[in-house]
Design a protein around this ligand. Sequence first.
Ligand code: JFZ
Length: 574
Amino acid sequence: MIKRILILFFSVLFSLLANAQTAVNSQWYNDAKFGIFVHYGLYAQIGYTEWAQNHFEIQAADYEKLQSQFAPSQFNANQWVQLFMEAGAKYLVFTAKHHEGFSMYQSKYTDFNSFKSTYSIDFLAQLSQACQQKAMPFGVYYSVMDWHHPDYLPRRYFDNRPKELANTANYKLFFKQQVTEIIDRYQPSLLWFDGEWENTHDSLESVALDQMIRDKNPGILINNRLSRYVKGDFKTPENAVPATGLKSEDGKPVNWELCYTINDSWGYDPYSTEFKSARGLIRLLVDICSKGGNLLLNVGPKPDGSIQSEFQERLLAMGKWLKENGNAIYGTKASIFEQLPFYGASTTKGNTIYLHAFLMPSNRQLAMPLLKNNIIKLYHLASKKELPYHITNNQCIIDCNGIKIDDAATVIAVETEGLPELKSQFPLYAANQTIDLLPEAASFDPMTKKENMLVQYFDKMLLKKWNQQSTLNNIEWHFSTANTTLYDVYIKAASANELKGNILGNLQIDSTRNLLFEIPARTAYTYTNAYLFKPIFIGQITINKGFNNIKLKVLPKAGQELVFEKIIFIPHKK
Ligand code: JFZ
């Protein structure tokens, strides 16, 4: 009995601890959708990411020399913030102290700070002020891990300072003092902790620190990386997020944010020269919004405080798109659709659904799953031009002729009577209709990120790199048919590599019937694309009236790789 009471007591206590500490008002953050992350510190001078000290195994005493050489001659807080505003970003998160332990502000508690260097710059002061002038919420990144402070443990493996002299209590105090001074002086709207993973025993008393922060500013938002003992106000998921967003146990949407780099590094790295395209970044933002999250897009300024042109160009391109299409991003919520029949995503705001077509179908007929609601107005967002539509196959087919197709995403707004509600997720086909099963309209097994496998090839999507290394087990489609019908089944697919033998596949119907097939080997000196133009007949199958599930599996052997365009069901003519 006592044991049970104790268990109850502790579970109530823990749930109180876990739930009590959340921000009072996170509306601005929910609506913002797009923020800029800046990783800037002494490491920019090395030009080998923010982990340079660790990569080159630099002793703390040697690393300190970078302080006197730090010359951010081109730094201009207003110009940065101006650029981020033009990009359409709605908040900023700046590294006050990264793992290197250098404070990018005038700290009372250490001389290892940017104000105590030749240029005497207090970055937090200038940036928080520039943000305030533009009413842009200002956030601060702060690393729990510290490779410079003599009392921080555990040390890096290469650190030759004697561990015995370290006193964790001193670091705990320092950590608390710095967080306090940052909150008091710069009034950040958000704290972004990081580098917490080494502190397995909560030696830094994060629960108390979290409470102290919230007592000081009940509106402040804190991410979930202060420690494993505090929940935080938003999650930072790494793995795939479900199409209609993350939900808590009570079914309420959970705030989350994805941080992302434009090239492959957070801190400045001139050798990281593979940049994501502006189109890809816009689509990433849309995809995140369609799942109810925020994008925190990173910029790593050069040692002199300027921002490299590759970043600027992409940010400005995003801003240009957002200027026309921002209504479909800011203040939106996750999609109401699990799955869309076209390559794109959807966001929702009040009574409006936004369809973001990444790829406009070549016949310019965009299909939306059927809603319960009447449609009040349907228009192309950028031009406000109203578009004709009709209902067929349990879908709303929108005629997108006569509008300008946006290379990144063309946005269609659908205003409904009442809050939009889904009636039918999947299409319904009549007996005489040909059915195209496209990869963009398929569900992928949960192991695999769809966007990593789909490639836009002119006016169609191809599923590529289905090989032994890929985690993809199967893709599947759901649809209904009005009548039981016999179909001739064709596949458009090809082997990506020459001379690797026939690729075996299986089309499974309602988990019971199998249609085995082979994709012929490619001969030498032929193009994959030449094969894609020839549909391969793989057999006949009767599809029963009602709801159907079609699963495509491919069994690639070593060296084999499939390119897949579509499956076609053609009603059999006697
Ligand atoms: C951390 C830092 O180590 C890195 O330098 C950068 O600041 C980045 C934003 O954050 O790296 C992480 C932290 C957490 C995960 C991955 C990388 N994580 O949760 O998988």
